[in-house]
Write a protein that binds this ligand. Structure first.
Ligand SMILES: [Mg+2]
Length: 366
């Protein structure tokens, strides 16, 4: 199966009227639309595989990494030798860094190659990995709203939609308190602050945060690679900690785990190397008795990669992050929509669902 083409596909899908996000990937904003970056890999035999890299404001730069750096190294190579090809690309590009847009780009291509592998075998990716769960628990991952009354309203919506676990992207205690009051004591609430605080600031806030009985506090500490700082918070404050979406390599995941920094680890398949590298994190996390909660803040193949691998390798505690962006259109259509908080694992070949060609036609930016 010789790779004949790698095409990057940028999409911009607006929020529904009246909806937006108060926070973007780089800070406060009033985002009217969400940018995603897909990749399509084709082979001589006519297979088409779809992948995804982290989007938002980095779409243009990650696209250049796909088009200028990765595609030339992959076109003409055997799509059926994924791990050796990805290792070869990693080695050839290592001088450009081991994380960030180059690795995000590589992740998208890896995911697409696994999609092709499944399609060529006539089997879903989870079956290539040994088979697994027919459905998975998920949690509602909300946008950032800041305003406690808006938080309350959105929490009510996702509870009414059948979720019993939800994640906030709020840093103000008043907003978190509103969510807990609305959800009651039985719902799982997680809070993701995207590295907002110093270790000292977390210590100062810890009494108040403990009162919210969080299932986890996500990335409390700046910078994201401050694994010892996370470990200090975790052991000193008795609040469960989650992190990992900004961890770029398997070596770094090992350091994070050996630092005792996390209760839940969150590898991000569209950032840290795709299906190939994600599989390895499940294995080392198991050694440390840490639950993998993949970061899947994506609506396309990045989300499917998390689902397929978790179905095969996850524990009963693993949950899929379901991004509750209320967009005009869904890249994968409605096939994945959780019912009572559970997602059916797609059983079609490869990742199981292709991006909707109508959505690509309507929302492709270039
Ligand atoms: Mg996060």
């Amino acid at each position: 199966m010789i790779i004949t083409g790698i095409e990057s596909v940028p999409l911009r899908i607006p929020f529904k009227p009246g909806r937006s996000s108060a926070v973007s990937a780089r800070g406060p904003a009033d985002l009217p639309a969400v940018d995603s970056l897909l990749v399509k890999v084709t082979t001589e035999q006519g297979h088409e595989g779809w992948g995804e890299a982290l989007g938002f404001e980095a779409v243009a730069v990650t696209r250049r990494a796909i088009d200028d750096l990765i595609a030339p190294l992959c076109v003409g190579q055997d799509a059926g030798r994924i791990a050796p090809l990805m290792l070869d690309v990693q080695r050839k590009l290592q001088v450009f860094g081991r994380g960030g847009p180059v690795t995000h780009a590589l992740s998208a291509v890896d995911i697409a190659l696994w999609d092709i592998a499944g399609k060529a075998a006539g089997a879903p990716v989870h079956r290539l990995l040994g088979g697994g769960a027919a459905d998975l628990a998920s949690y509602a991952s909300l946008e950032a709203y800041s305003d406690p009354s808006v938080v309350r309203g959105r929490v009510r919506e996702v509870l009414d939609a059948g979720f019993n676990s939800l994640k906030l992207h709020e840093t103000e205690p008043a907003a978190i308190r509103a969510a807990r009051e609305e959800a009651g004591p039985d719902a799982d609430i997680m809070v993701d602050v995207n590295c907002a605080w110093t270790v000292n600031q977390v210590h100062g806030l810890a009494d108040e945060l403990r009162g919210f009985h969080l299932k986890w506090l996500e990335e409390p500490v700046w910078p994201p690679e401050n694994y010892d700082g996370l470990a200090q918070v975790r052991s000193g404050e008795g609040i469960p900690i989650a992190a990992g979406e900004n961890v770029p390599t398997l070596m770094d995941f090992d350091r994070l785990l050996r630092a005792g920094a996390v209760d839940f680890i969150q590898p991000s398949p569209a950032k840290m190397g795709g299906v190939t590298e994600l599989c390895k994190v499940f294995q080392i996390a198991a050694v440390h008795n840490v639950t993998v909660m993949p970061h899947s803040f994506y609506d396309g193949p990045g989300l499917l990669a998390a689902i397929q691998v978790t179905a095969a390798l996850g524990s009963v505690d693993s949950m899929i992050e379901w991004r509750c962006f209320d967009l005009e259109a869904q890249i994968l259509g409605a096939a994945l929509d959780p019912e009572r908080g559970r997602i059916k694992v797609p059983q079609g070949p490869g990742l199981g669902i292709d991006p909707d060609p109508e959505v690509i036609r309507a929302y492709r930016t270039e």
